[in-house]
Design a binder for this molecule. Structure first.
Ligand SMILES: *Cc1c(COP(=O)(O)O)cnc(C)c1O
Length: 422
């Protein structure tokens, strides 16, 4: 079949027509339990009424004005993010990679404005993922992403996490910052211990470096705190956010202290689309829900339930599962074999998950996931683990998929008779 889409993704032959809460429905009304959330993006699940209402209201008012004028919705979102975090200022972008570009430029500019333009190098860690732009594949330092794209962008030095002597050697008079994810997402849910973060903060302070945390995957409540770094007492200088903040609307944010941002004078950076009223309405609507203390407590409870379920599976299936990684609603199973193959088996049971490096199968359900949905997911994982044990590859789901004969005519509303979570 000739496909006019650029073939950079190995797409599965599956598509969805609408979604509701933690469920996705095909055109035929077959439903899948979504523990992928579009890779930790649909933080409020699908078609969350508050998010739909807020974006619809903005849709009929104003989409875009450019950053040549004030955007009140963005000023409000920036203030709310600052009030909820270490940050003083926010720069809005359209994606995670762009937020990281802003962070790296900010760190370089910080030193340049302070009279040390030679300090431009950023230290990153093996297993990182920071995005797909030319600079961010350099920051990521993963050979398959770099191959064939010419010389990597200069200015990134990579060491292994917790290899303290390598880190000491990597810090030079040219170093500007240390950049890392509090939990490596694509790298396989490797958690950076609070003690490690504290030690990195101390090193930054000792050498005059900025600490950049990439919370594009871990931020906005994913781990049960608004930011994952809040599990430690470490105060970063710059934090990047994307994925969950728009609840599915593309946006990214680079948050910083006044001090870290001090080099970014008018004209030093910019964006056409970043911070447009439509994206800002989505971001504000997500915060309306996520910043509620009881909401984050609920994420913690659901995370605990997910953890117990996954640990039980890891114990009962220790011939195929090596262990459990991650925290909150970003957890996974480290498999003894190929993770992608297990993701395929899970999908045969209509459970969506995402593979990561290190043979890890990632589960990132919507933060609004219900206890019964976690129970169902565990059941489907067990069935898939049995199939993996038996060496079967793509068996059909045991119970026939229930179908909904009437399809919605437009938009996201599920048909009245669609099978919805209780
Ligand atoms: C997804 C991700 C990115 C890249 O975000 P894009 O929106 O795809 O550019 C960067 N860092 C981390 C930790 C991510 O999970």
């Amino acid at each position: 079949m000739s496909d006019p889409l650029l073939q950079v993704f190995k797409r599965i032959d599956l598509s969805f027509a609408f979604g509701k809460g933690s469920w996705l429905y095909t055109q035929d009304g077959v439903r899948y339990l979504d523990f992928a959330s579009g890779i930790a993006v649909n933080s409020l699940g699908h078609s969350h009424p508050h998010l739909v209402k807020a974006v619809k209201a903005q849709l009929g008012k104003l989409w875009h004005t450019s950053n040549l004028v004030r955007i009140p919705e963005g000023e409000r979102l920036a203030k709310r993010l600052a009030d909820a975090s270490f940050a003083d200022v926010a720069f809005f972008a359209n994606s995670g990679g762009e937020a990281n570009e802003a962070a790296v430029k900010m760190a370089r500019r910080f030193h340049s404005a302070a009279g040390s333009p030679e300090r431009y190098r950023i230290i990153t860690f093996a297993g990182a993922f920071h995005g797909r732009s030319l600079a961010m594949i350099s920051a990521t330092g993963y050979e398959p992403y770099l191959d064939g794209f010419g010389p990597p962008v200069d200015g990134f030095d990579q060491v292994s996490l917790e290899d303290w002597s390598a880190l000491d050697r990597a810090i030079t008079s040219q170093t500007a910052a240390i950049m890392l994810e509090p939990i490596q997402g694509e790298g396989g849910l490797r958690h950076v211990a609070p003690e490690t973060l504290r030690r990195l903060r101390a090193l930054c302070d000792a050498h005059g470096l900025l600490l950049i945390l990439d919370e594009i995957q871990t931020g906005v409540g994913r781990t049960g705190k608004f930011f994952a770094h809040e599990w430690s007492d470490v105060e970063p200088d710059i934090v990047t956010v994307a994925k969950g903040i728009g609840g599915g609307f593309p946006m990214g944010v680079c948050l910083a202290t006044h001090r870290a941002a001090s080099g970014m004078a008018a004209g030093t950076h910019g964006t056409t689309f970043g911070g447009n009223p439509l994206a800002m309405s989505a971001g504000n609507a997500v915060l309306d829900i996520v910043l509620d203390r009881t909401f984050l407590d609920r994420v913690l409870t659901m995370g605990q339930m997910l953890s117990e379920g996954l640990h039980r599976i890891a114990r009962n299936y220790d011939d195929v599962v090596a262990g459990v990684r991650g925290m909150g609603l970003l957890q996974g199973l480290q498999m003894r074999t190929n993770a992608a193959a297990f993701v395929d088996l899970l999908r045969s049971q209509h459970l969506l998950a995402v593979p990561a490096r290190d043979n890890v199968v990632r589960f990132a359900p919507p933060l609004t996931v219900l206890p019964g949905e976690i129970t169902q997911a565990m059941r489907r994982i067990e069935i898939a683990a049995n199939l993996l044990r038996d060496g079967k590859r793509h068996p059909p789901r045991k119970r026939p998929a229930r179908k909904s004969p009437v399809m919605p005519r437009e938009g996201c509303a599920p048909p009245a008779n669609a099978e919805l979570p209780a």
